[in-house]
Design a protein. Sequence first.
Length: 220
Amino acid sequence: MDSFQNLALLENLYRLKSLGYTYVDPITPNLQTPLNSLPDSLAEIHQNIAQCFLCDLSKSRRQSMSGYGNVKAQLMFVDAYVSAAEDESGEYYVGRSGMMLRDMIEKVLNLNIEEVFFTHAVKCKPFGFQNPSPSEYSSCAPFLSKQIELIKPRLIVPLGADAYRMLSGDHGDFERVRGEIIPYGDSQLIPMHHPLYLVRNPSWKKEAMRDLQTIKSQLL
């Protein structure tokens, strides 16, 4: 938060105080759901996500989005968070980046979108154009971990640096790991650029093709 935002926040706090508001010790509303308390059923996980109010994103979303595809998929794609287009439509593979991802799956990997599983690390759309906060991801993390535990994918493809960092906790240079095969529990990660990044930076499509070939080779 920069100095201008701090000043604006402080000014607003003084204004509220002059109107009679009092301050209390801060609370943390983003309570993480223990993994062992979640049901061992993807259908029940879906219901839990739909009814989740663990963080403030539940106030602005149209709906939460638990995931789409084969619940026994060998290949799982994980986006960082729900896009505005997904939140508005309630559908997956929407917009230019969604269409590109569909083409990658169907035309390069020779799979149908019904054969893979696609989900988000953060199951709701963030406020405005902001990235989700660490506490917002922390609220969603048990849901994603439980989905991975139940689906048991052979490969997990984080789409973009944000999704990779949320999954791995690695905040290093994304290019260092992009396209690499990384052990991840009983699965493997193969991070690649987000389709939206490729829409905006078409010169990287050749590298994305190489990453997709790596993914394809691991599914044989």
